[in-house]
Design a protein around this ligand. Structure first.
Ligand SMILES: Nc1ncnc2c1ncn2[C@@H]1O[C@H](COP(=O)(O)OP(=O)(O)OP(=O)(O)O)[C@@H](O)[C@H]1O
Ligand SMILES: [Mg+2]
Length: 410
């Protein structure tokens, strides 16, 4: 079942001070849940007193879950004592022995986010923690990488396909990969599938938020990689529009930590929308005058889209050595383009055409594995960055407010 909380949760720390065996088991299982990959969960057998002594020593987390056997005023007093040691942003959930609506009302009125009755089953625990983190931090976990050529035929798709294998296999990230080229796509040959659908069908599934239909459109080359098996539309059929494609992006961003989009072959309005939203952009160019000139213009336009910054652009020079005497040197490229190429890929027709013709994946060849290694830093830089909303000072206290701020007023 897919629910609103079926997304990769934002980076957060959750501490549990609990004693109930079943609930402890459930909390341990959370660590195997893909949604919690970026959530650090620590479980201590204890109660509100253990929490107080923990936070006199160390800073409090995003969310704390406390089990209690007593539910009278003395417990509320201990919660108050705890709040003195908690950061502004810490939320609290209480797990108690009995179902008591008055207690629930009282606790929530003083700033506790929720009250649950033990034992808390795994599904409930996962759902409540996920809801609390999403409400507080927003769904900021996913990262979008877009790739684009400075002009046609520079190898954008071939390199993006290699990158998709690298992110999913070498970096072990659950990845969604699609292009926007419609009938012009080279993905079926590059990734080895028969198109079973097209972009028009995919955006239709997104418009009706139909995860099951979208799921049936996927080709899965490995455990972590899902590729949209599109490309069955006629080449001369009109493209899907940017707003429709954006709905599709929103849908996949909600359930995949990494979304990789190949923009070579997309219409300009679609390229613009995707690059506007992308966390990282890989621009591919060849070391030739015409390609580099277009790369410079493209970079300037992207810079404007991103408020004057080019920090999230990686320039990849492809097919180095195709015609050495006529190529622009590395130094001249850096001078003209403001940034140094992050990666340079040699012209290697044997590798590219062999894998293409024989339907092999890049990583089945030694040279292909080396190429993937070279490309990986492009993805690594964006995947290791901390989502804005959880960076210390920028912490958004959110609509529900924090445990501390409310309890102090109470
Ligand atoms: N470094 C390289 N050495 C040799 N051949 C390459 C190299 N990079 C890409 N190619 C080959 O060049 C051809 C064009 O590549 P690809 O389709 O990836 O380009 P593209 O930029 O995506 O094109 P389009 O603009 O049509 O989308 C393919 O046959 C590919 O295998
Ligand atoms: Mg292409």
């Amino acid at each position: 079942m897919t629910t609103e909380t079926s997304i990769l949760l934002p980076e957060a720390r959750v501490d549990l001070f609990i004693k109930d065996k079943e609930t402890i088991e459930a909390a341990r299982s959370l660590q195997n849940d893909w949604r919690f990959a970026r959530v650090t969960i620590s479980i201590e057998e204890g109660d509100v007193e253990s929490a107080i002594s923990a936070y006199t020593q160390a800073s409090s987390p995003t969310l704390v879950l406390l089990e209690t056997d007593v539910t009278d005023d003395s417990f509320v007093g201990r919660l108050e004592a705890l709040s003195a040691y908690c950061n502004e942003g810490t939320n609290a959930i209480v797990i108690g022995p009995v179902n008591d609506i008055n207690l629930y009302r009282h606790l929530t009125s003083i700033g506790v986010s929720d009250y649950l009755v033990k034992p808390v089953p795994l599904a409930t625990l996962a759902e409540i923690i996920a809801q609390s983190l999403i409400e507080k931090l927003g769904a900021v976990g996913s990262r979008m990488i877009a790739t684009i050529g400075s002009k046609g035929g520079v190898g954008t798709s071939a390199l993006t396909q290699a990158l998709a294998l690298g992110i999913s296999e070498n970096l072990d990230q659950k990845t969604f990969f699609m292009d926007a080229a419609g009938g012009w796509t080279s993905m079926p040959v590059g990734m080895g599938f028969e198109p079973t659908t097209n972009l028009h069908e995919a955006v239709k599934a997104a418009a009706s938020k139909d995860f099951d239909v979208l799921d049936r459109m996927l080709f899965k080359p490995n455990e972590k990689l899902s590729v949209l098996a599109a490309g069955s539309e006629a080449m001369l059929e009109p493209s899907v529009q940017a707003a429709q494609y954006e709905e599709l992006i929103d849908m996949v961003m909600a359930s995949y930590p990494v979304v990789l989009i190949d923009l070579s072959g997309a219409i300009p309005s679609l390229k613009r929308m995707v690059m506007n939203r992308a966390h990282e952009i890989m621009i591919v160019a060849t070391p030739t005058l015409s390609s580099l000139r277009a790369a410079r213009t493209l970079m300037q336009e992207v810079k404007v889209l991103h408020g004057g910054s080019i920090s999230n652009i990686d320039l990849v020079i492809n097919m180095e050595g195709l015609m050495p005497s006529k190529e622009v040197s590395k130094k001249d490229i850096a001078d003209v383009l403001e940034i140094k190429p992050s990666v340079t890929i040699p012209f290697d027709p044997k590798l590219f055409l062999t894998t293409e013709n024989e339907g092999k994946k890049m990583n089945q060849e030694k040279a292909g594995r080396e190429l993937i290694e070279r490309l990986l830093p492009v993805a690594q830089s964006v995947l290791s960055s901390v989502p804005l909303a959880v960076k210390g000072d920028a912490l958004d206290l959110g609509v529900i407010g924090s445990f501390l701020s409310k309890i102090k007023k109470g």
